[in-house]
Design a binder for this molecule. Structure first.
Ligand SMILES: NC(=O)c1ccc[n+]([C@@H]2O[C@H](COP(=O)([O-])OP(=O)(O)OC[C@H]3O[C@@H](n4cnc5c(N)ncnc54)[C@H](OP(=O)(O)O)[C@@H]3O)[C@@H](O)[C@H]2O)c1
Length: 275
């Protein structure tokens, strides 16, 4: 199903660009004439307009006026201020769907500044840039099924999208939002081990990345518990169990779990400081 009307993306940075590219791809691409984007700097707006072949400007009010969906991809600290400015300028009077990807900014906070607009909150992650992302969605008090459907359609070309209760959003931010960075660290560290033992760096990085990719696909494809898959590959007195014990000595489990806990706690405070 296609997306009706115009879509304005406020803040065409990493996430905004991925979303605009997604809107231009997939089975039902949105024509460029129905897309608008904004950034702060004029020269960056010009460069993005040339590169993405979508009109990118610096005037949020202008971009939003005729949009049926406003996708907010600003840094969390800027979100409420910019939306308040739009509401004060009357740019949200037609009550477009406001879809925010900002970490730590609740639907309740968004609803308090957008007038009658329904609100959907999303937590995507950076693999969205290559169509391999995971996005969690939740609707605010005024959001109806059709608004969540529109949000799914926007994120569908970027990977997988699912819905969860908003109480889980900070945790989702700590796990799948911040998670790609944790995985990069794991790829780098595994590759370092390979380099230490004599592999060329490029080969080591490729082997490490494809190993994490394949193992993740095994978890998803089999539906087996990761511990069962691990048991399947640990031969008694073998090399894999020797490596696992080294990881356990380094407290890998609690270290990774605590990374999610810390990132989630940090996410909870993100939307609180406005600039
Ligand atoms: N990146 C991620 O992995 C990720 C994952 C999940 C959620 N998110 C959420 O996505 C949001 C954006 O993150 P990001 O990483 O994409 O940030 P980013 O790359 O820094 O992009 C932010 C964009 O906002 C623009 N901007 C700043 N003030 C503006 C204003 N007043 N009006 C219009 N545009 C304005 C900036 O323009 P200039 O370039 O001209 O300064 C920049 O292009 C954040 O709220 C974050 O929580 C990000």
């Amino acid at each position: 199903m296609s997306i009706d009307g115009r879509v304005a993306v406020l803040g065409v940075g990493t996430m905004g660009e991925a979303i605009l590219k997604g809107l231009r791809s997939g089975d039902h691409p949105v024509p460029a004439s129905r897309l608008r984007g904004t950034v702060r700097g004029k020269s960056r707006a010009q460069e993005l307009t040339r590169r993405l072949r979508v009109r990118i400007g610096t005037d949020n009010v202008h971009a939003v006026r005729e949009a049926s969906v406003v996708v907010v991809c600003l840094k969390p600290m800027n979100v409420l201020r910019v939306l308040r400015e739009l509401a004060e300028a009357g740019a949200l009077e037609h009550a477009p769907l406001v879809l925010s990807v900002a970490a730590g900014v609740s639907t309740q906070a968004l609803e308090s500044v957008v007038g009658k607009s329904p609100v959907v909150r999303a937590m995507p992650n950076t693999p969205c840039a290559i169509g391999k992302g995971t996005t969690v969605l939740t609707g605010g008090a005024r959001a109806k099924k059709k608004h969540l459907q529109t949000a799914h359609r926007i994120f569908q070309p970027l990977g997988e999208s699912l819905e969860l209760d908003e109480k889980h959003f900070d945790t989702v931010t700590g796990l799948s939002g911040s998670g790609p960075a944790f995985a990069y660290l794991m790829v780098e560290s595994l590759a370092d081990g390979g380099v230490m033992m004599g592999l060329p760096r490029d080969v080591a990085v490729r082997l490490a990345a494809r190993t994490l990719l394949g193992a993740s696909e095994m978890v998803l494809a089999t539906g087996s518990h990761p511990a069962a898959l691990k048991d399947d590959v640990t031969t008694p007195a073998g090399c894999t169990i020797a490596g696992i014990l080294a990881l356990e000595d380094g407290r890998i489990r609690s270290t990774l779990a605590r990374a999610v806990e810390k990132a989630a706690a940090c996410a909870a405070g993100l939307g609180n400081s406005e600039r």
